[in-house]
Design a binder for this molecule. Structure first.
Ligand SMILES: CC(C)(COP(=O)(O)OP(=O)(O)OC[C@H]1O[C@@H](n2cnc3c(N)ncnc32)[C@H](O)[C@@H]1OP(=O)(O)O)[C@@H](O)C(=O)NCCC(=O)NCCS
Length: 176
């Protein structure tokens, strides 16, 4: 099965969430039970890449997704060289709250495509409302290795996760 050309906002009526499986319970649970609620509550936005072919009930399986939200970090968590140019109050950032690929598609480049789409999305948001960086809280070492591969750097430990970041200036270089 192949994936669609565009990421679209998660729509419970059009997208089948029940069959998504990336191999991580936390992320599976997020897309199945929390993503739509969080969007309705106005706390994050989830974009999905559906498969081209729908199930018999007309709903499309999901190949990958990302969820983004505004957030903030403490100035003190940044490397001194970066922190010294910033004010002494919390620094606005964009959070990639969730990102996952259905295990059927792993190793085919879809993680890379999904991350680039998430960064492009945030790059466009940044044109209207600025943030200092993109941050991600890594679920495990594999996720950390994945983000490091694309230039994310370790920022600090946050809720027992490794928090990584990419300055928005670096994101801009990708898309300008
Ligand atoms: C992590 C994840 C998104 C990667 O998706 P994927 O489609 O398999 O990744 P891709 O095929 O696009 O790989 C892109 C690059 O990352 C590398 N990569 C993928 N998974 C990696 C890992 N666990 N460790 C190190 N590098 C990894 C690939 O080798 C590839 O490198 P290349 O471009 O030099 O060939 C996917 O495995 C997943 O959904 N995991 C479970 C959910 C998860 O942990 N999400 C992160 C939440 S914080």
């Amino acid at each position: 099965m192949s994936w669609a050309r565009e990421f679209v906002e998660l729509d419970k009526k059009r997208h089948d969430r029940s069959t998504f499986d990336c191999g991580e319970d936390e992320l599976n649970d997020f897309i199945k039970t929390k993503a739509a609620k969080h969007m309705a509550a106005g706390i994050s936005r989830t974009m999905v890449l559906p498969a081209v072919t729908p199930f018999a009930d007309g709903k499309y399986p999901l190949c990958s997704f990302y969820a983004i939200a505004p957030s903030q970090i403490e100035r003190a968590t940044l490397p001194e060289a970066l922190a010294k140019r910033l004010p002494h109050y919390p620094i606005p950032v964009f959070l990639i709250a969730q990102l996952a690929v259905h295990k059927e598609y792993k190793g085919e480049g879809l993680g890379k495509i999904t991350l680039i789409k998430a960064l492009e999305h945030l790059f466009k948001v940044n044109a209207h409302m600025k943030a200092y960086a993109v941050v991600v809280d890594c679920l495990n070492q594999a996720a950390q290795d994945f983000y490091a591969k694309f230039g994310f750097e370790i920022l600090c430990s946050h809720n027992d996760r490794t928090r990584m970041f990419m300055p928005m200036g670096t994101v801009e270089q990708l898309f300008l």
